[in-house]
Design a protein around this ligand. Structure first.
Ligand code: G6P
Length: 336
C-alpha cells in the first residue's frame, strides 16, 4: 500500500492530486480536440432513441447523486428534455412510475451499490432504456436488455448540440491545467482548516451549477472529518438556514462568476449583515480565497470542488481521522 500511495500520505490525497490525469484519462478516446468532436462509442446506437424520449431520469447515491445534480442543467439546456434526479433509495421506496419511453441513467463509481443495481433491475423490468455511467462494468447485473455501459466523468456527458459545443470542448481542453492551478491552494486551505476546525458546523452555500458542489463539499466534510456540514441552495437560505448564522458560524459561499452571480451576491450581503465571516470561493481577481480559475459555467464545479476536497482533507487530518477508512462507511455500500 505504501508503494501505491507513492509520495502521498493517504489514498485520498493521491486521488485529489491525480485529478489532472484522471480527467485526461476519462477524455482519452472520447474527446477529439483536433476536430472538436465527442464520441461515446457505447452510446452511439442508442442516441436516436434517447433523442426521442419523453424524459430522462438520473439515479444514484452519495457522490454519484451529486454528479447527477451537477449535470442536470447542461442536459436540459442542450437536449430540451426534462431531467429528474433521484436518490436511489427514495426512487425504490416510491415505486416510481417508469415507462418504456423513459431513458434512465444510473451513475455509480463502483457499479456495486446494491440499491442502484436494484433500481436498474426495476427500470429494465419496466422496459426503459437504461444507461450506466460507471467506472467498472455493470453488465453482469442485467439480463433483460443490454445496458449501455461507458466510463465517464460528469464532464463528458455535456456535449450533444453544436452551439455550445466549441466553448465546452475548449473548457474541457483547459481543465487539466486549471485543476493543477487550483491544487496550488493547498497551503492556504490548510490554514483555513485550522481556523474553522473548532466550529461545530460549517455551512456551504451556492446556487445553479454550484448547488451540487456545495452538497458534495458538505458530504466530503461529514464523511471524513465528522464535522457537521450542510450544503444549502442560496435561493433557499432566507427560508430557514439563515437563522443558523451568527458571528460564530463559518459560511463558505461559492461566488464564481456565472449568470447567477448577482443573486449570490445578495445572499452574501445577508450573511455579512449577520456579522458572520464568509469564506468565499471565487474567480481570480475577485475578493476572498480564490478558486482562482474561470471556466465554462457547466464545468466550473469541477474546479470549485477541489478546494473543498482539500479543505475536508485538512479538517480530517486536524481531527485525527483516517481519511481512507471513514468510520461506519464502506467505501462502496454493497448491502441494502
Ligand atoms: C457509499 C460511499 C459514498 C458513495 C456512495 C455511492 O455510500 O460511502 O461515498 O458516493 O456509496 O457509491 P457508487 O459506487 O454507487 O458511486
Amino acid at each position: 500500500a505504501a508503494i501505491m500511495k507513492g509520495k502521498f500520505d493517504t489514498f485520498m490525497q493521491k486521488e485529489i492530486y491525480e485529478q489532472p490525469e484522471s480527467v485526461v484519462n476519462t477524455m482519452r478516446g472520447r474527446v477529439n480536440f483536433d476536430d472538436n468532436r465527442i464520441t461515446l462509442g457505447g452510446l452511439r446506437a442508442y442516441l436516436p432513441i434517447m433523442r426521442r424520449c419523453r424524459r430522462m431520469v438520473f439515479i444514484a447515491c452519495g457522490t454519484s447523486y451529486h454528479s447527477c445534480l451537477a449535470t442536470r442543467a447542461i442536459f436540459e439546456e442542450l437536449t430540451e428534455i426534462p431531467v429528474s434526479v433521484e436518490l436511489t433509495s427514495d426512487f425504490l421506496d416510491r415505486k416510481t412510475p417508469i415507462f418504456r419511453d423513459d431513458v434512465v441513467v444510473f451513475l455509480s463509481q463502483s457499479g456495486e451499490t446494491v440499491d442502484t443495481i436494484l433500481a436498474l433491475r426495476y427500470c429494465l423490468e419496466h422496459g426503459a432504456l437504461s444507461v450506466g455511467v460507471v467506472n467498472t462494468l455493470l453488465v453482469r447485473h442485467c439480463r433483460v436488455r443490454p445496458t449501455v455501459v461507458f466510463t465517464s466523468t460528469l464532464a463528458l456527458k455535456s456535449v450533444l448540440l453544436p452551439p455550445r459545443r466549441n466553448q465546452i470542448i475548449a473548457g474541457l481542453h483547459a481543465l487539466p491545467g486549471q485543476i493543477k492551478k487550483v491544487l496550488e491552494l493547498d497551503a492556504s486551505l490548510q490554514q483555513l482548516a485550522a481556523t474553522v476546525s473548532e466550529n461545530k458546523s460549517l455551512l456551504l452555500m451556492g446556487r445553479g451549477y454550484q448547488y451540487a458542489t456545495c452538497l458534495e463539499g458538505a458530504l466530503k466534510i461529514k464523511e471524513i472529518s465528522y464535522m457537521h456540514s450542510e450544503g444549502i441552495l442560496a435561493g433557499e437560505f432566507k427560508h430557514g438556514p439563515l437563522a443558523l448564522v451568527d458571528e460564530n458560524m463559518p459560511v463558505i459561499i461559492i461566488m464564481t462568476q456565472d449568470s447567477l452571480y448577482p443573486k449570490v451576491q445578495s445572499a452574501f450581503a445577508q450573511i455579512t449583515a449577520r456579522k458572520a465571516q464568509p469564506i468565499v470561493i471565487c474567480n481570480e481577481g475577485d475578493e476572498g480565497i480564490p478558486a482562482g480559475v474561470k471556466t465554462v459555467d457547466c464545468l466550473q464545479g469541477l474546479l470549485n470542488i477541489i478546494p473543498l476536497q482539500i479543505l475536508s482533507y485538512h479538517l480530517a487530518v486536524k481531527n485525527g481521522c483516517d481519511v481512507d477508512f471513514p468510520r461506519n462507511l464502506a467505501k462502496s455500500v454493497t448491502v441494502e
